[in-house]
Design a protein around this ligand. Structure first.
Ligand code: FEO
Length: 181
């Protein structure tokens, strides 16, 4: 017989727990991006700082999206405790490498939840997560492009300044952007 507490929600315990882990991960990403914004600002790279401020906001929206999904499905979303946010990223390039690593980790986490949802036949959650699959494709693509700027332009002379100028010009491929409208 179905656990009476589970009759209030369409989510299994495992999916609810994985989604809550993701709430925390997105919240954590938001805080790390905020720290990256401050780090770039301290180095004097204003465009990069602005980019990470915006990115911090986006990640918070991702967190809220999943939080609300759990709630709407009758589950119990958990407001995450965010601790041990790094404040130091080694170098200007290091901050973008960390950002790429973070996006890859998020993609992997989304894929794990999606696989679990398919395994359980939870099509509502699988359907909900499709947005995140496309979002991560986009975010990984642009994060890689930002790291590549360091090799293309080089860091000598005014290289870092030029990289900072180029950061706002990195956008997702058009086809991908259309999918996400
Ligand atoms: Fe919401 Fe880019 O992770």
């Amino acid at each position: 017989m179905k656990d009476i507490t589970r009759m209030k929600t369409s989510l299994s315990k495992e999916i609810e727990s994985l989604l809550n882990d993701q709430v925390k991960m997105e919240g954590n990403s938001s805080s790390i991006y905020l720290a990256m914004a401050a780090y770039c600002d301290q180095l004097g790279f204003e465009n990069s700082s602005e980019f990470f401020f915006t990115q911090a906001d986006e990640e918070r929206q991702h967190m809220l999206k999943i939080f609300k999904y759990i709630s709407d499905a009758g589950g119990t979303p958990i407001s995450p405790e965010i601790t041990e946010v790094p404040q130091e990223f080694g170098s200007f390039k290091g901050v973008f490498e960390s950002a790429l690593g973070q996006e890859i980790a998020v993609t992997n986490a989304i894929n794990i939840i999606l696989s679990a949802a398919y395994k359980e036949g939870d099509h509502a959650t699988a359907n909900f997560l499709q947005w995140f699959v496309r979002e991560q494709q986009e975010e990984e693509f642009t994060a890689r492009k930002r790291v590549e700027l360091f090799d293309i332009i080089g860091e000598d002379g005014i290289g870092r300044y030029m990289i900072d100028q180029k950061i706002p010009e990195i956008t997702p491929p058009e086809a991908e952007a259309d999918v996400n409208v």
